[in-house]
Design a protein around this ligand. Structure first.
Ligand code: MN
Ligand code: MN
Length: 301
C-alpha cells in the first residue's frame, strides 16, 4: 500500500464516521426503512468535496435477517421499537473502501446480544496489529460471543478490502479454525462478527435488491445492453441497489425486469439474496475496517 492509498482509506473512514454518527442520532422507531436508507446514502454521496462514493447500498437488515437487505422503491417497512436493525455502511474514495456496521434496538430487549458483537469486534481488533493468524481471530470472536451466551454465525465472515473490491480475500472467520495464515502489513481488512440466539447459520432468502457486475458479456436485448453499460460505468464491480438503477435508467418496469432477468441469465450480473437466520431468531452485527500500514493498525471506522 502506498502512502496516498492509505490517505484515501483514512479519508473514506473519516467520511463514514461522520455518516455513522449522524445515522445513530437520526434513526428513530416509526421511520420508514426506505427513508432511512435514502438519508444515509445522501450523506455519503458527494461528501469529502465530492470525492466520496457508495461502496455498496446501505444494508438495513432487521431481526432474523443478517445481511444484504436494502429497501426497494416500494418498500413500506417501518422500523419498530422492538426491531433489531443492522446498519451496514460503505463508502469509497477512488475505490479505497471503508466498510462499517452497527446494530440498533430501541427497546433494549437485545442489548446483551449487541454488546456481544461489539466486544467480539474489540477483542479481534486488539490482536490485529500483531498480524494475528486468521484462525486465532476467529477463536477470539467465537469465545467472546459464546461467553455472552450466544452463537457466532459460522458462515458469515470478515474479509480483506481491495480497490473496488468490497469483499477481497482472505475471508476472516468468526469461529475458531486452524487457519495459520496471518494478516499482512500493507493490506486493508474488515472484521465483522455476527451473534445470534439461533443456530449460527444463515441461508439465502428469495428476495434480492442488491446486485453486482460479474463479467461484461454481450447480451441481445437492447434494454439489458443499456443497463449493463450503466452498471459497468457507474458501479464497476461494486454492489448496487435495484432502486439506483431504476432512478438512473428511467426504464418502464416491464423492460427493467426483462433486462435484469436477461443479465442474470447471462451471468453478466450476480444477485445478493437476503441472508437470514431461522424465523423468530435475532441477529446482531458489529463491523470496523482498518489498515495495517506503517507498522500499526489504523481503524478507519
Ligand atoms: Mn459491511
Ligand atoms: Mn464487510
Amino acid at each position: 500500500m502506498k502512502k496516498e492509498e492509505a490517505e484515501k482509506y483514512i479519508l473514506a473512514g473519516q467520511i463514514t464516521k461522520t455518516v455513522v454518527s449522524k445515522a445513530k442520532k437520526d434513526i428513530k422507531a416509526g421511520q420508514k426503512l426506505l427513508e432511512i436508507a435514502l438519508t444515509i446514502e445522501k450523506n455519503i454521496e458527494g461528501a469529502g468535496e465530492g470525492k466520496a462514493k457508495h461502496a455498496f447500498p446501505v444494508n438495513l437488515s432487521i431481526n432474523e435477517n443478517a445481511a444484504h437487505f436494502t429497501p426497494g422503491t416500494d418498500c413500506e417497512l417501518v422500523l419498530k421499537e422492538s426491531d433489531v436493525l443492522k446498519v451496514d455502511i460503505g463508502c469509497h474514495i477512488d475505490g479505497f473502501i471503508c466498510d462499517t456496521a452497527f446494530t440498533l434496538n430501541f427497546d433494549n430487549s437485545h442489548a446483551k446480544m449487541i454488546e456481544a458483537t461489539e466486544l467480539a469486534l474489540e477483542e479481534g481488533l486488539k490482536i490485529a496489529a500483531d498480524k494475528a493468524e486468521l484462525g486465532k481471530i476467529g477463536t477470539v470472536i467465537e469465545k467472546t460471543i459464546k461467553e455472552k451466551g450466544f452463537n457466532p454465525i459460522q458462515n458469515l465472515s470478515g474479509h480483506g478490502l481491495g480497490q473496488f473490491e468490497a469483499h477481497a480475500s482472505p475471508s476472516i472467520p468468526n469461529i475458531a479454525s486452524g487457519n495459520t495464515k496471518q494478516l499482512e502489513e500493507g493490506n486493508a481488512y474488515a472484521f465483522e462478527p455476527f451473534a445470534t440466539d439461533g443456530e449460527g447459520y444463515v441461508r439465502e432468502g428469495i428476495q434480492s435488491e442488491i446486485f453486482a457486475l460479474e463479467k461484461p458479456v454481450l447480451v441481445r436485448n437492447i434494454h439489458a445492453r443499456k443497463m449493463l453499460e450503466v452498471i459497468a460505468e457507474e458501479y464497476q464491480t461494486l454492489p448496487f441497489a435495484l432502486r439506483w438503477i431504476e432512478k438512473k435508467l428511467k426504464m418502464p418496469e416491464f423492460q427493467r425486469k426483462v433486462a435484469i432477468r436477461e443479465l442474470l441469465r447471462a451471468r453478466a450480473i450476480r444477485s445478493f439474496p437476503v441472508l437470514h437466520e431461522q424465523p423468530g431468531k435475532i441477529v446482531t452485527q458489529a463491523e470496523k475496517s482498518f489498515i495495517l500500514f506503517d507498522g500499526k493498525a489504523t481503524v478507519l471506522c
